[in-house]
Design a protein around this ligand. Structure first.
Ligand SMILES: [Zn+2]
Ligand SMILES: [Zn+2]
Ligand SMILES: [Zn+2]
Length: 665
């Protein structure tokens, strides 16, 4: 500070040289004033600095206090940390000890575990051994086992299921289990019918919807199972397999004969195909797509079809068989053309199927699809069926006629003295063959050479008639030889014998019945006469008496009284009750009615003395005669019945002898 002041003074001195003292004075005073001012300012500044210093000093003091405090705290923390450290150290020591212990324990546990494992292994071995021993003792389940063993097995299985389920009531489980088995295709047993089978059941047995509904509910209520598939799935099956549109289907009234001979009308189904060409074309396309349409040496490049038919039970069916298939009797080879209820006679076939025959007769070409390409081939037509059906198709009069063959003009008789047999018919004589032209009314236009007689049918028929039946007839004859005198050599004659024996048996039974009744009547007559003899008091009955000296009308029972008749003796003209004259049998009554009896009445027959006693013994003779007849009839009846039973058994279901060996029927 003294620096700048002295500098200024030096400057004033230098300047005073040039200026007046006064002005210099004034100037100095001004300067002085300024310096004063400056000084006071500086003083102020110093003052404020001092204040600041004082404040800083104060701050410093408080900071010192804080530092002291911090130091104190630090010390404390240090103390605490060292204490904690000590604690941790102790802890670590403890843990180390624990670890040692655990390790020891671990080693020990491991050893005991090993021991236990060893025990388990040994036990497992034992269990295995037991299992194999059990398996050895349990034989394989076999259908030929006896029932007891099977039931036993079932019980064991159920017991082990029960153990496994940890539940004693396993019915709920079993119900579900049976359903599971049924639904699982890995196992064969099942109880529920598939939709197809349900549909078949419905159609086959003609079950109505309402029956179905009721039966389903009944079955479910009783068993808890659904036997049939749902109605929905059945209707689906129906839809997929329905070929209804291809046929004309009608219900028709057909008159039928009941067993009592009365005629009545019944509704029957009738179906006929609309178009052979359509269904055959579709079938050929389907077969071709499945590589089942075949051509061989027999068919060449043609489609070969055969029209056939047959009557089974009450219906006549018409079908078309296809030769171009790998297997002759394959279901794919058959097409239903139609069916109706009735015989396969010429008239019926014509009436029902003329529309089909017309189409068949004009079927010369057929078109079908192979991979989208239309193929047309020639059709070769044949006829197949049994002899009766073929006769009907061609309008031939049939096998009962004198020209029974539709292929040749052979003429022979089926019955009577000139009946044709294998020995007397001259097969070798030429008779000439027939042709289609010989049948102007034929329903089909297929040449006779293209008729295929079912070979199996024919063989069966011939072998049956000329082979098996002969042997069966002999077997029956031999089996009956000890019981029956002669039953005949052939089955036909044996059937006649059986019929005769049945009639005889019936007749003898009727006779035994009649004789028994007569005996009863005669016994009552005797009793009545005895009552008269003993002069027993008459009962209160007031029936009209006859001319007999000993009329028994009032001492006999109601039945014999009401069965009795009146008759008059030819020689004395008196009228008697039949029973009063000892007439008891239906034959004797009949003789009286026909006036062929020469017997006089008790009254005018001189050989019989006029006593009750004598009349009783006379009637007793009759009783003896009736008993004799009864015994006779019984004996005959026994013989006849024996023969009938022996023959029936031999013919129907033999249990011994040759019949059994031949497996009749
Ligand atoms: Zn012939
Ligand atoms: Zn009388
Ligand atoms: Zn008389």
């Amino acid at each position: 500070m003294s620096g700048p002041v002295s500098k200024r003074r030096r400057v004033a001195r230098i300047n005073g040289l040039g200026n007046s003292y006064k002005s210099r004075m004034e100037k100095c005073m001004d300067e002085n004033e300024m310096i004063k001012k400056e000084n006071s300012e500086k003083e102020e500044q110093v003052k404020s600095i001092v204040v600041v210093i004082a404040m800083v000093q104060k701050d410093l003091d408080s900071t010192k206090i804080i530092i002291d405090q911090v130091l104190k705290e630090k010390l404390e923390i240090k103390k605490r940390i060292s204490w904690e450290l000590e604690k941790e150290k102790r802890k670590v020591v403890r843990m180390k000890r624990e670890r040692k212990k655990i390790r020891k324990k671990y080693v020990f546990n491991r050893q005991s575990l090993k021991k236990k494992e060893e025990i388990i292994r040994k036990m497992n071995e034992k269990v295995k051994e037991l299992d194999t021993r059990i398996a050895d003792s349990v034989v394989k389940f076999d259908d030929r086992m006896d029932r007891k063993t099977k039931v036993n097995r079932c019980e064991r299985v159920i017991q082990s299921i029960s153990n496994m389920l940890n539940d004693t009531d396993i019915n709920t489980f079993l119900t579900f289990f049976l359903g599971y088995i049924n639904d699982n295709s890995n196992y064969t047993p099942r109880w529920k019918l598939t939709p197809e089978e349900t549909f078949l059941v419905k159609v086959r047995f003609g079950l109505t919807d309402s029956f179905f509904k009721k039966f389903r509910k009944f079955y479910y209520d009783r068993t808890g199972f659904e036997l049939f598939s749902s109605r929905w799935s059945i209707s689906n099956v129906q839809k997929t397999i329905s070929i209804r549109d291809l046929y004309v289907v009608k219900a028709r009234k057909v008159s039928k004969k009941a067993e009592n001979g009365r005629e009545y009308e019944k509704m029957t189904p009738f179906a006929v195909l609309k178009s052979i060409e359509t269904i055959l074309g579709e079938r050929l396309s389907a077969l071709s797509a499945n590589e089942k349409l075949t051509f061989n040496d027999a068919t060449g490049s043609d489609i070969c079809v055969a029209l056939g038919g047959d009557k089974g039970s009450e219906e006549t069916k018409l079908f078309l068989a296809l030769e171009n298939v790998p297997k002759a009797n394959d279901a794919h080879s058959l097409l239903l053309l139609g069916f109706y209820t009735g015989d396969d006679t010429y008239d019926s076939l014509k009436e029902n199927f003329s529309h089909i025959f017309h189409q068949f007769n004009n079927l010369h070409k057929i078109s079908y699809q192979v991979n989208g390409v239309t193929i047309t081939r020639n059709v070769r037509r044949k006829i197949v069926g049994d002899i009766k059906f073929i006769s009907s198709l061609y309008g031939h009069p049939g096998q009962a006629s004198s020209n029974p063959c539709f292929l040749c003009n052979i003429n022979y008789s089926n019955h009577g003295a000139k009946k044709a047999t294998l020995t007397n018919l001259k097969f070798e004589d030429p008779v000439g063959s027939r042709s289609l032209a010989d049948f102007p009314n034929a329903l089909v236009n297929v040449p006779l050479e293209d008729i295929c007689l079912a070979p199996l049918h024919s063989c069966q028929g011939i072998i049956q008639k000329y082979g098996i039946n002969v042997l069966v007839g002999q077997a029956i004859k031999l089996d009956c030889a000890n019981v029956c005198s002669d039953v005949g050599d052939t089955i036909e004659s044996q059937q006649k014998t059986l019929k005769r024996l049945e009639n005889e048996e019936y007749m003898y039974l009727e006779r035994i019945k009649a004789v028994t009744e007569s005996i009863h009547t005669v016994e009552e007559i005797i009793e009545g006469l005895r009552k008269i003899e003993k002069k027993q008091k008459k009962c209160k009955k007031t029936r009209k008496v006859c001319s007999s000296s000993y009329c028994i009308a009032n001492v006999i029972g109601n039945e014999i009284y009401s069965n009795g008749d009146m008759y008059s003796c030819e020689s004395c003209n008196k009228t008697f009750h039949t029973y009063c004259q000892g007439i008891a049998t239906p034959e004797e009554k009949m003789k009286l009615d026909l006036n062929v009896s020469s017997k006089n009445c008790f009254e005018c027959d001189e050989s019989i003395p006029f006593t009750v006693r004598r009349r009783i013994s006379e009637v007793e003779k009759q009783l003896e005669e009736q008993y004799r007849r009864l015994e006779e009839d019984k004996e005959t009846w026994e013989v006849v019945t024996n023969e009938k039973e022996c023959l029936t058994e031999s013919m129907v279901k033999p249990t011994k002898g040759y019949g059994k060996k031949m497996d009749i029927p």
